[in-house]
Design a binder for this molecule. Sequence first.
Ligand SMILES: [Zn+2]
Length: 330
Amino acid sequence: MMKSWSDLDYQPTVSRIITNSLERNRIAHAYLLDGMKGTGKKEVSYLFAKSLLCRERRGVDPCQSCSNCKRIDSRNHPDVHVLEPDGNSIKKQQIQFLQEEFTKTGLESKRKIYIIEHADKMTTNAANSLLKFLEEPNQETFAFLLTENVHQMLNTIISRCQPLSFSALTSLRLVDKLVEEGIPMPLARTASHLTNSLEEAVELCRDDWFALARSLVIKLYEALFGRQQQALLFIQEKWMPHFQERKQLEIGLDLMLFIYKDMLYAQLERQEQLVFVDEKEQIEKFALQTTQQRVTRHLSYILQSKSRLASNVNPHLLMEQLALNLQEGY
Ligand SMILES: [Zn+2]
């Protein structure tokens, strides 16, 4: 959880805009937080709410221990309203309910805050209701609109909000965050190559399926350097039962791609880029037994398999064919 604005160093622009406005006490009435899933929008809106309502604020940072901070953390502060899509959309009634709430004075202080998640999912009627609201801002009302699809929002709404654009996490930053969450480094590095989203990466790393998938990839990779029959047997007995769904096999092939790329990195002496850091020695050993040209060709076999997977091929045959290609004799 973000404790202070300095924790937002991975979104420097957003952090600067917010801390400046808190320092000068010039807060906009509406902010539009846009960016991919997992880039920190929700955490930022809650931290902002705390900075605005905290009873013991220290500089720009909330104290995290007063009753306001605590109730915002536990999502039951009476003056902080969170709106999410009801089904597929945010409906006019939801916005109207919010407006009624806001005509009452803040229950505890004068300030009231609303956070609208997936703001792009507002129906046109809902958006128009909100617009009226944004046009006549109450002195002490603050809105945070969160979206992953800013292009689907009405320009009239966008133009009334101060934009806060969240950039995708760099893969290094994502690995740091995952390790902070207690995820082992090798797993974190692997996940960071599959997604830019912290949320998705955490979910992946906490799923036992993923850790096992990763170790099966290492085993298949090793088997491919051994006897042909052994690799085919491994695919039949261990690989196929684990990668049953197409989506899963796609991840399996992505991981295969990473481990073959690692061989290329080892050949180029760029070990700092390895994804399978825990297999460094083995990868270096195999890298010596082959050529860059050959690894590059193998990478293209894996890519071809990935695109064939998109069409309706038999996954087992696809894997067998890939194994034969990767075991070519020269
Ligand atoms: Zn506080």
